[in-house]
Ligand binder design. Structure first.
Ligand code: PHE
Length: 478
């Protein structure tokens, strides 16, 4: 049951919305090798750290970090702030999905879902002045999703929602299997899916592709956000931790790669029917999924009136469960330190979150969303993971973790894993990080650089303030 919950928390918008887009914008085949390497080097290796630590300490991230050293509190708030900021744009993608539930009832996107998404849904513009123009429909759906999240957390309906998703997740998988099978029969499908499986060896030296691969593994497996840690803390004694981690990581990546075979087949079909070059098929990259799936529903005939809405409803639930998982940790940590009632904390967190989300509902919203997404995963969380590698690999007694993991597992870890966490991974991350920062600085436009600068300042100042504020809970540092 717990393993299903863990797979459930990993499978979400990351697999259906984010992966195809990252794969598409990094050239398909050139992305796959870095992605597979990252799955092992970063994904599985780091999930193991989180499992071992969560299983051993059985408490919140802040308190785990205190147990290692008292000075680490800002690190915990830094991570929680990233998680919160991810939630602010995650809401918007779930909001787009909500719009598509309604649209799919009548296939209201018409014959050109790409233009429809950019012009009618997002009403996107390229000019910065678009930041002053709120798009009413997106605004309303973002508000609705925040309201739902608030309602669920406040009323403690998480279990109920969890049960609904447990039913809907398998349904989602079945629909995806159906869509992939159908897509493969479309004319031109092979133009698309061969892109994924034709490796471009020359791209291996492109560090931006590697950075994107790391970012995708981080988002998709919810790494570094203390999510796996929380789950592992519930695992019963005698659990096979390593086996568990490997199964979760493989199922998650298997699902997204499988899903993208469908996505790329549909793109191949679009390339054939429109005669457009493959890399110019989709105008707003952040919305790739909302272009490609409507496209396939258009070719499916009347069954699409059932499959379409069902598909978007499943995504809605997958999205809301992930959203709750993101917000829970933030609310929990705030109410734990400041002894504020859970409900009040939830209300405050949701209001602040909603206010931030408003920028994603403007006419440049999807562009800003892309900047948030890339910055928070490829830079901020990557940095957090570097810190966690150093904290658990160097400051904490690492051999204890190996023992915990190996206790009952049939797959054992040892020296190789230790070398990866202590040396290889930190060096790779540091290298990629520095290179990524430099290449971003040299290519970036004004809007993106302003947003990144603001995010950087917020990510430095706010965690320090939260750590400095005195705890009202007398046992907080025990
Ligand atoms: N991993 C989830 C996904 O792929 C995203 C997520 C992040 C979920 C954090 C929960 C917590 O969509």
């Amino acid at each position: 049951d717990l393993m299903m919950a863990m797979i459930g928390s990993a499978v979400g918008l990351g697999n259906i919305w984010r992966f195809p887009n990252v794969l598409y914008s990094h050239g398909g085949g050139s992305f796959m090798i870095p992605y597979i390497v990252s799955l092992f080097l970063l994904g599985i290796s780091f999930v193991l750290v989180e499992y071992a630590v969560g299983f051993k300490f059985k408490r919140s991230l802040a308190r785990i970090l205190f147990a290692v050293s008292k000075k680490l509190e800002p690190v915990a708030w830094f991570i929680l702030l990233i998680v919160f900021l991810i939630a602010t744009y995650y809401v918007c993608v779930v909001g787009w999905d909500l719009i598509y539930i309604v649209l799919s009832l009548t296939k209201a996107w018409g014959a050109n879902p790409d233009l429809f998404f950019a012009n009618n849904v997002l009403q996107a513009t390229d000019s910065i002045s678009g930041i002053f123009k709120i798009v009413p429909m997106v605004f309303a759906s973002v508000f609705a999703i925040w309201f739902m999240a608030w309602f669920i957390i406040k009323r403690d309906l998480n279990d109920g929602i969890g049960n609904v998703s447990k039913v809907l997740l398998p349904v989602l998988c079945l629909i995806v299997v159906g869509i992939v099978a159908f897509s493969l029969t479309l004319p031109g499908a092979s133009i698309g899916y061969t892109q994924i499986f034709t490796p471009d060896w020359s791209a291996l030296t492109n560090l931006d592709v590697w950075l994107a691969a790391f970012g995708q593994i981080i988002f998709s497996l919810s790494l570094g956000m203390a999510i796996a840690m929380t789950y592992a803390s519930y695992l019963p004694e005698g659990s096979k931790l390593v086996d568990n981690a490997v199964i979760v990581a493989f199922s998650n990546s298997g699902f997204e790669v499988f899903n993208s075979i469908g996505t790329f087949s549909i793109l191949g079909f679009m390339a054939l029917t429109t005669g457009m070059p493959f890399n110019e098929l989709v105008t707003e990259g952040t919305g790739l999924a909302f272009v490609v799936f409507p496209q396939v529903f258009n070719t499916m005939g009347d069954v699409a009136y059932i499959i379409g809405p069902l598909f978007f409803i499943c995504i809605l639930f997958a999205g809301i469960t992930s959203l709750i998982a993101l917000l829970e940790g933030v609310c929990y940590s705030i109410s734990e330190k400041f002894l504020i009632e859970r409900k009040k904390t939830a209300t405050a967190v949701c209001i602040v979150g909603f206010l931030i989300s408003i920028i994603f509902t403007t006419a440049v919203g999807s562009t800003i969303l892309g900047v948030f997404d890339a910055y928070l995963n490829n830079f901020a969380l990557l940095f957090a993971i570097l810190l966690e590698c150093i904290i658990f690999g160097w400051i904490y007694k690492f051999d204890d973790l190996i023992e915990i993991l190996n206790n009952n597992s049939s797959i054992k870890v040892g020296k190789t894993w230790k070398t990866v966490i202590k040396y290889i991974l930190p060096i790779c991350i540091a290298g990629l990080w520095i290179q990524g920062v430099m290449s971003t600085i040299s290519t970036i436009d004004t809007l993106s650089s302003t947003i990144m600068l603001i995010l950087t300042i917020v990510l430095i100042v706010v965690p320090i303030i939260f750590a400095k504020l005195p705890a009202r809970n007398p046992h907080y540092y025990d």
